[in-house]
Design a protein around this ligand. Structure first.
Ligand SMILES: [Zn+2]
Ligand SMILES: [Zn+2]
Length: 259
């Protein structure tokens, strides 16, 4: 299983980071986690197989996580030759179906019938979804907006957890416990802390609770980049930590096994 961080930024325009989006590849599954503005064009820039995605999973309905969804479906219909024929599955917490219907009403009436099958799945935490044989997606509610979830992807004995956007949450640390890779948001410095996002200190606390094989940080608002994020995290969590960038890639099979 391989992760590529496509977009490690936020709502704040950045010269180097587009909004949230991450590609998980496992066997024949190519899963896009979140699809914020800039993610579709960034996939092209990074040479990633945007035409061949099999699943898209959305953590919550803030613009910086969903605003390229319509762009992506339009790209499959009009941005490639021949147009896409393969089915796509779009997954999200309950409400994703209504969100897509509203996007269709506002942006493109054929969004849910673009010439290839679009399956919409409203995933609940009690019912993990098999994306393919041996590849499982599960969700877990997180405190950010009412619908917000974190996701885990399991394949070949490895587990990746992506927090989406979240506030500090002990239950999330317990749910992520022992994962091989924890992709965690790290939005704002302590001096600008808000109750709906993580500071580097809080991301470190989350990692200390979850004890992942590797902590990768993402979702950086520009002010947090003026801090020594790695040094701050290290005051709370002594394990391996990476500050992801657009195009950062890791093969989970190369990570040491968590005890
Ligand atoms: Zn958000
Ligand atoms: Zn966000």
């Amino acid at each position: 299983m391989r992760l590529t961080t496509i977009g490690t930024g936020t709502a704040a325009p950045s010269a180097t980071r587009v909004q949230a989006g991450h590609l998980v590849e496992a066997d024949d599954v190519r899963l896009l986690l979140d699809c914020g503005s800039g993610v579709v064009h960034r996939m092209a820039g990074l040479g990633l197989p945007w035409q061949a995605l099999t699943h898209v999973a959305i953590t919550h309905f803030h613009a910086d996580h969903v605003s390229d969804l319509a762009t992506l479906v339009v790209a499959w219909r009009y941005g490639q030759t021949p147009p896409r024929a393969e089915p796509i599955t779009i997954i999200g917490p309950p409400g994703i179906r209504d969100l897509l219907a509203r996007h269709a009403a506002a942006l493109w009436e054929s969004l849910l019938s673009p010439g290839f099958p679009v399956e919409v799945v409203e995933l609940t935490p009690d019912a993990p979804l098999a994306l393919a044989a041996g590849v499982t997606l599960a969700s877990h509610p997180v405190p950010h907006t009412p619908e917000s979830v974190a996701y885990s992807v399991e394949h070949g004995g490895r587990r990746l957890v992506y927090t989406g956007d979240t506030a500090p949450d002990q239950a999330l640390g317990a749910w992520a416990a022992g994962c091989d890779l924890l992709l965690a948001e790290c939005s704002l410095p302590a001096a600008m802390a808000v109750p709906t996002h993580l500071t580097p200190e809080q991301a470190g606390d989350l990692a200390a609770a979850a004890r992942p094989g590797l902590l990768a940080l993402t979702h950086f608002y520009p002010p947090v980049e003026h801090e020594d994020v790695a040094a701050i995290v290290a005051t709370r969590w002594s394990g391996p930590t990476v500050l992801a960038h657009d195009g950062w890639r890791v093969d989970l099979g190369t990570l040491p096994r968590t005890p």
